[in-house]
Design a protein around this ligand. Structure first.
Ligand SMILES: C[S@@+](CC[C@H](N)C(=O)[O-])C[C@H]1O[C@@H](n2cnc3c(N)ncnc32)[C@H](O)[C@@H]1O
Length: 233
C-alpha cells in the first residue's frame, strides 16, 4: 500500500491513516478486554459466564471476582472484543457518519444547519459519567495519544464542562450544584436551538425519578423558546 505519511486526523487515506484506523479498532477491542479484567468482574453462575465491570453505569461491590483467560475463546477474551468491534464496523459502514468532540454549550456547527436535534443530556446527579469514563480513558490514552493527541491532551477525562450535579463528598471540591446544572443545560439547549433549522425537529431523552431533576430540565427547556411545547412522556 502506498504511503503519504498523512495521519487520520489530517484526512489521510493511505498506509499511515490505514494503520491508525486499525489501531483505533484494536484499542476499542482492548477496552472490551479491560471491561472484563477488573476485580469487580464477577461470575454469573446461572449462565456460566463472566459479568463485566460496567453491567450498569456504576462500579459495583462484589464479594469475589472472576478472571478471564484473555488469550482464550470464552467471555472476556480479546478475540471476543475483536468480534464485537467487527460487528460494530460492519453495521456502521451501512451509514457512514462523522464524530467530533465538542461541548454542547459551544458547538462547531453553524446556525440553522441541522434538520434534527436528538439529545440525551445527563440525568442530574444519577451518573458521574466523566469520572466513570476515566476507567477506559487511561488505557485508550496510552494506545491512541500519538494518533489523536487533541483527544488525549489531559491525563484523565476533562470534567469542568460536564453538565452534572456532583453529590457532596469530603474528597471533592466540585461546585456543581443544581444551579450550575440548570445554567449549563440552558446554555446547551440555547446552542441546540441556534444550530437547529427553524423547520427542524428535536427530541430530548430524559429519565429520572426525582422531581427536582425534572423541574431543572423543564426550566432549562422553557428558557429557549421552542415553537411547539415539549411534552414529557
Ligand atoms: C445520558 S448520557 C448520554 C448517553 C448516550 N446517549 C449513550 O447511549 O451512550 C449524557 C452524556 O452527556 C455528556 N455531557 C455532559 N456534559 C456535556 C457537555 N457540556 N457537552 C457534551 N456532552 C456532555 C455526559 O458526559 C454523558 O456522556
Amino acid at each position: 500500500m502506498a504511503d503519504d505519511d498523512i495521519g487520520l486526523a489530517a484526512g489521510g487515506s493511505a498506509a499511515t491513516a490505514y494503520a491508525e484506523a486499525v489501531t483505533v479498532y484494536l484499542a476499542c477491542a482492548l477496552e472490551k478486554t479491560t471491561d472484563y479484567s477488573s476485580t469487580v468482574c464477577s461470575w454469573i453462575s446461572g449462565g456460566q459466564t463472566m459479568r463485566n465491570t460496567f453491567g450498569r453505569q456504576a462500579i459495583p461491590m462484589v464479594w469475589d471476582y472472576a478472571e478471564p483467560n484473555t488469550f482464550g475463546e470464552a467471555s472476556g477474551a480479546f478475540s471476543g472484543g475483536v468480534e464485537w468491534i467487527v460487528r460494530v464496523i460492519n453495521h456502521s459502514l451501512e451509514t457512514p457518519g462523522h464524530a467530533e468532540l465538542a461541548s454542547a454549550t459551544n458547538h462547531p456547527l453553524p446556525d440553522d444547519s441541522a434538520n434534527v436535534l436528538f439529545t440525551d443530556p445527563p440525568y442530574y446527579d444519577a451518573v458521574p459519567y466523566a469520572h466513570l469514563s476515566d476507567f477506559f480513558y487511561v488505557w485508550l490514552r496510552r494506545v491512541l495519544i500519538n494518533s489523536h493527541p487533541e483527544l488525549f491532551r489531559e491525563s484523565t477525562v476533562a470534567k469542568e464542562a460536564e453538565i452534572v450535579v456532583d453529590r457532596p463528598h469530603y474528597l471533592s471540591s466540585s461546585k456543581k450544584d443544581i444551579k450550575f446544572y440548570e445554567q449549563e443545560l440552558t446554555k446547551a439547549f440555547a446552542e441546540s436551538r441556534r444550530i437547529l433549522n427553524p423547520a427542524g425537529i428535536g427530541a430530548v431523552v430524559f429519565a429520572s425519578k426525582t422531581t427536582s431533576s425534572w423541574e431543572a430540565i423543564l426550566q432549562a427547556l422553557s428558557l429557549i423558546h421552542i415553537s411547539e411545547p415539549t411534552r414529557p412522556y
